[in-house]
Design a protein around this ligand. Structure first.
Ligand SMILES: [Zn+2]
Length: 292
């Protein structure tokens, strides 16, 4: 006797962090249900799962995580299928941290070409859950086109800085991919000298000297108000803290990946004394939002 076919059930895909959420929804809107686990502006490094999150994960068909240890809280959780570590698979050559046993930087989306690689990988994985593959691949191509133009736009903004000013001093070591792509020196003023964000007096002197020599006009915090350690470094070195933070992880409030990226570029370039084409950045964000 033949059993009746199982009732059709729409697939559910879980995107772990704010960046994956925006990339996945841009591709899947109206085709596949994407549940975003962490709020877009939540710090994925520190995220803890609630019981309701575990339930969502257990019932999902596909779980997209960044990988490279970005969300430790999710590393022990299994859904119906193995998790897909999007950044690890799409960008296997993420820069590694010196002296950290080859640990690679998880923040790969700060290079838009690497963001495009993440988009292509997500589109390939989502294709199993919809019969509208041609729409999915059309959106993937549109997204890649916007990200190619975002890369070129970013290079033009960085070019407004004289080479000695192309230095990014921040309180969170998250911009290695950005620095590698655009020829910027990254100076992580806390994590490069101390693991716990606490500075011993000799660490403070060392980091202040390095900052003063670096060409950094400001230190970029990754949250406001800035941490006490960052304020001490600023006082000691005389290098002020930027009044605008860089978004190191997740997305800015109510902003897409492209909005967040262009805002970061303008914050960096203007903070270091260059100029930023904000209308051009807004146009890229509108094209991203219009992907259908
Ligand atoms: Zn981070």
């Amino acid at each position: 006797m033949l059993l009746p076919p199982p009732p059709a059930r729409a697939a559910t895909v879980v995107a772990a962090d704010g960046v994956l959420c925006d990339l996945s929804r841009t591709l899947a809107d109206g085709l596949i249900t994407v549940v975003c686990l962490l709020p877009a502006s939540q710090d994925p490094h520190q995220a803890a799962l609630r019981p309701s999150d575990r339930q969502v994960l257990a019932q999902s068909d596909l779980v997209l995580v960044n990988g490279y240890g970005l969300t430790p809280a999710l590393s022990k959780v299994q859904g119906r299928r193995p998790q897909v570590a999007v950044a690890e698979l799409a960008v296997p050559n993420s820069p590694s941290f010196e002296g950290a046993g080859g640990v690679r930087d998880p923040h790969v989306w700060h290079d838009p070409r690497q963001g495009a690689a993440m988009v292509r990988l997500i589109a390939a994985r989502l294709a199993a859950f919809t019969d509208q593959d041609s729409r999915l691949s059309s959106r993937s191509q549109q997204a890649a086109g916007v990200l190619t133009d975002l890369d070129a736009w970013t290079a033009r903004q960085i070019a407004t800085l004289p080479p000695p000013a192309r230095v990014l001093a921040s309180g969170h070591r998250a911009f290695r991919s950005f620095a590698r792509r655009y020829g910027i020196r990254e100076l992580a003023v806390i994590e490069s000298f101390s693991t716990a964000g606490l500075l011993r007096p000799q660490g403070l002197n060392q980091v202040s000297d390095a900052l003063q020599r670096s060409g950094a006009r400001v230190i970029f915090p990754d949250r406001l108000p800035p941490s006490k350690a960052l304020r001490r470094i600023s006082q000691r070195s005389g290098v002020p803290i930027s009044s605008v933070a860089l978004v190191a992880d997740g997305l800015a409030a109510k902003a897409s990946y492209v909005d967040t990226f262009t805002a970061n570029v303008c914050t960096f370039v203007e903070g270091q004394g260059g100029s930023c084409d904000r209308p051009g950045g807004q146009q890229l964000a509108r094209r991203w939002a219009a992907i259908r």
